[in-house]
Write a protein that binds this ligand. Structure first.
Ligand code: DAH
Length: 340
């Protein structure tokens, strides 16, 4: 029994020494001193011994108990101290460490262009108007003097939802929607927005793109007002040294109609961007067709006006010399962060 107790003491000391946490140490304590603990059991057996043997074994058991208990207490203090220290270290706060700044975003380049152009026109007394992207065939075509079967419809590869509803192919329907609302007041609006065409995505086409429409209707508006306003816009946006060129064109909702070019930054020397022509085509425009005015309840004898429409992607590509429209939609930060 004495030998057994010694063996138990040796093992107990070893296990207590090997415990790496105070929790593990508690388990060791329970194993030896718990209700069914190894040393507890010996104490119980003491009663079964003869009165002569009892004092001797009682003494041995007490010694073993005391030694192991003392060591467990020492170990416990060590482990608790260690754990406290680890906890403090893990919670340490370096108040001098520089803070982590959140990464700042910025508007998409197309939004920047829209904002810039819109601001220029706001400065000339225009206000911003909007219209639905899911549009009635009536506003997208008919009210713009493009009846069913009109060949101009073929220039718009449309995405129809029903016979009478489609995704708008241009921002021009907002012309009529606005005129209907404010008639007979004068109109001076700019309409930035998203438009849709059934085109495959390639370097110069996208099924979803952006346009900015302009419309001015009042008494005594002439074609020279159109040219003046567009010259102000072009020189603000592209540079004071630029000039505007008007070429005859055709749109069903304007008469006469014109294609508007801006002189290229190469000053006519010829470059890749203008394909050596010295001119960049930037928008379509014209005097509002009397039929369109009449459909929106304006008297064409009293009122006249002009309209224009430009592609935002195209303008952005010309401005920055971007050659592939897909860059705008791929969300590649190497591209986008150049416009912050
Ligand atoms: N809506 C035309 C298009 O998408 C662009 C346009 C041309 C708009 C002439 C106009 C305009 O307001 O007068 O092709």
């Amino acid at each position: 029994m004495q030998e057994e107790l010694k063996q138990i003491l040796v093992e107990g000391l070893q296990e207590a020494g090997a415990a790496a946490t105070s929790q593990e140490l508690s388990a060791v304590r329970l194993k030896y001193f718990g209700k069914k603990g190894l040393i507890t059991q010996y104490s119980r057996r003491l009663g079964m011994l003869s009165p002569e043997e009892r004092p001797r074994f009682g003494k041995i058991i007490n010694e073993v108990r005391q030694e192991l208990e003392e060591y467990l207490t020492t170990r416990e203090q060590e482990l608790l101290a260690l754990e406290e220290q680890r906890k403090l270290e893990s919670e340490r706060l370096d108040v001098e460490l520089p803070g982590r700044r959140p990464r700042r975003g910025h508007p998409h380049p197309l939004q920047l262009i829209i904002q810039e152009i819109t601001t220029t026109f706001l400065g000339m007394g225009f206000s911003v108007a909007e219209g639905p992207e899911v549009e009635l065939d009536y506003y997208n075509f008919e009210a713009l003097n493009i009846p069913p079967e009109h060949p101009a419809r073929e220039m718009h590869d449309s995405l129809y939802i029903t016979d009478k509803i489609l995704l708008r192919t241009h921002t021009s329907p907002v012309q009529v929607r606005t005129m209907e609302k404010v008639c007979p007041q004068p109109v001076r609006i700019i309409v930035p927005g998203r438009v849709y065409r059934r085109d495959a995505l390639d370097a110069t086409h996208s099924p979803i793109f952006h346009q900015i429409e302009g419309l001015l209707v009042d008494k005594h508006i002439t074609f020279s007002d159109l040219k003046g306003i567009l010259t102000v816009f072009v020189q603000k946006f592209f540079g004071e040294d630029r000039t505007v060129r008007l070429r005859p064109s055709f749109f069903p909702f304007t008469e006469p109609s014109t294609e508007v070019d801006v002189s290229c930054g190469c000053q006519g020397r010829g470059c890749r961007i203008c394909k050596n022509t010295g001119w960049l085509e930037i928008l379509g425009a014209g005097s509002v067709h009397p039929k369109v005015l009449a459909m929106a309840n304006y008297d064409p004898e009293l009122y006249s006006g002009f309209a224009f429409g430009m592609g935002v992607e195209r303008i952005a590509m010309l401005r920055y010399g971007i050659t592939d429209i897909r860059h705008f939609y791929e969300n590649d930060l190497r591209f986008l962060s150049q416009f912050s």
